[in-house]
Design a protein around this ligand. Structure first.
Ligand code: SF4
Ligand code: SF4
Length: 472
């Protein structure tokens, strides 16, 4: 039975509730009055229920779909302005004992090169990332009790935070590792992680068990209840996501929103981020084997409606998406993107040949970070390297109340300008520097609070004088 605050996976992600919702949405897909009413409610920016969001997703009337896109743009702008937070994945190890059939790291794949970074190799990767200009990383590792125990992850986090190369520093380490115990989540929190990210892959239990035939991840309940344990371990910024294409998008879209609702209802804090990866080609993985591929136009609607339904959450896309699709998705609600990414182990120091392949998936956007920064500037988005919130203790419900009442904007804009300035001074090419400086000059005037504007101006001058790491 559906119970939003239950701690049991099959109760807060109820299969029958998802199926009833799908039916309800199909029955109401042509109900213009209902769709209008839901859009009217969404304009209050307090979010939508999974049932309401499912009706929007099912609606196929072009004018109403256009209205949804327009509303998603407005909401994105209201909460996030035109700022886009930049990050990079760092793959520590691709040893994995799980059997996920869509991932080339699955334990039975004998063709992929297995690799685990030593602490010295991590140092080299981090220096390479710092030299590109990155300040925020997402750590990735397969699940392996011998190669990747929690001690290895904790030691790696410590190494990463300790490296200060030239003016570089990694100021926020988000962690994407397998579901674990409350005790291990507590240790990750004590190590100073930013967000704990874990993708559900699919919420459909039957399909989940087929896609995860072996290894600890095959336990649907243990995986689905991971965020509850993370919260119990004191991690209050968690990131959820599904791999669109594994299951029908309708099912996973509803499951994803139910998971967000569960976290908010149970812990008072919804997901800090929602990621929307789509299945793509990789070593030993052929997307033709999966029947649920999501076409672009549907994918854009999914992103727009998540933005409308969970207005406070950060939304992330990776370099799996092409430049063209990223441009569209940025407009519709995405607030974080990766740039200059390597999805192989050690890939920032040693670019791999195809024969040496250790990558998790094929990257569709191959541009350098500097090219992506320039592209964002040209599209009038502000590339932001901000990591201020968690360093200022603005996490969990504190963060959520600031974002929900819109006050976070007083921090985000000046922080975006300050961190962009650092990037321009230390890493940008001359033409990017010129474009970025022009944007900073223009947008400093839009910092609403006069005192904050004056302080930001003072900090910008100090960055010119060689000082670093100011924040609001
Ligand atoms: Fe291992 Fe994660 Fe890949 Fe599954 S998705 S095989 S757990 S690395
Ligand atoms: Fe994110 Fe906080 Fe920085 Fe805004 S101020 S960009 S919410 S870290």
């Amino acid at each position: 039975m559906y119970n939003i605050t239950s701690k049991i996976a099959e109760e807060f992600i109820s299969d029958s509730e998802i199926r009833d919702t799908m039916l309800y949405a199909q029955e109401n897909s042509a109900n213009r009055a209902l769709v209008k009413e839901i859009l009217h409610k969404a304009r209050e920016c307090k979010g939508l229920s999974h049932r309401e969001a499912a009706v929007l997703l099912e609606c196929n009337q072009p004018d109403l779909i256009e209205e949804m896109f327009e509303l998603a743009r407005e909401i994105k702008h209201k909460f996030y302005g035109n700022r886009i937070v930049m990050f990079a994945p760092l793959y520590l190890s691709n040893y994995c004992i799980n059997g996920c059939v869509y991932c080339p790291y699955h334990g039975k794949n004998k063709t992929i090169r297995r690799k685990k970074l030593s602490q010295e190799e991590i140092r080299q990767e981090v220096i390479a990332l710092q030299d590109m200009g990155h300040k925020r990383l997402a750590l990735e590792a397969g699940e392996h009790p011998v190669h990747n125990p929690i001690e290895y992850i904790l030691e790696s986090i410590k190494t990463i935070y300790s490296i200060k190369h030239k003016n570089g520093a990694i100021r926020r380490v988000n962690v994407n590792i397998a579901a674990t115990t409350v005790e291990n989540y507590r240790r990750l929190r004590d190590a100073g992680i930013g967000t704990y990210i874990l993708f559900q892959e699919t919420y459909n239990k039957t399909n989940y068990e087929v896609l995860h035939p072996t290894g600890p991840k095959s336990d649907y309940a243990y995986h689905t209840e991971a965020m509850d344990r993370a919260m119990q371990g004191g991690i209050d910024d968690v990131g959820i996501g599904v791999l669109f294409g594994l299951e029908t998008y309708r099912y996973d879209f509803i499951g994803l929103l139910m998971h967000a609702e569960h976290l908010e209802a149970t812990y008072g804090v919804g997901p800090h981020t929602i990621s929307v990866p789509r299945l793509c080609m990789a070593d030993d993985i052929d997307t033709a084997d999966f029947k649920n591929a999501v076409p672009d136009e549907v994918f854009y609607r999914i992103v727009a409606i998540i933005r409308i339904a969970v207005p406070y959450t950060g939304m992330i896309i990776s370099t799996r998406e092409s430049q063209q699709s990223r441009a569209r998705l940025l407009e519709l609600g995405i607030s974080q993107i990766s740039g200059g990414s390597r999805t192989s182990v050690g890939g920032y120091v040693n670019e791999e040949t195809p024969e040496e392949n250790s990558a998790q998936f094929d990257v569709a956007d191959h541009r350098t970070l500097d090219e992506i920064v320039e592209w964002l500037l040209d599209l009038n988005h502000i590339p932001s390297f901000c990591t201020a919130c968690y360093r200022e203790g603005r996490t969990g419900d504190r963060f959520m109340s600031l974002i929900k009442n819109g006050q976070i904007a007083n921090c985000c804009l000046p922080n975006a300008l300050l961190t962009l300035k650092e990037y321009l001074k230390d890493y940008a090419s001359p033409q990017v520097r010129e474009k970025g400086e022009a944007m900073i000059k223009r947008l400093l005037q839009s910092v609403p609070n006069e005192k904050a504007r004056a302080t930001a101006d003072k900090y910008l001058n100090a960055i010119d004088d060689g000082k670093r790491d100011f924040r609001f």
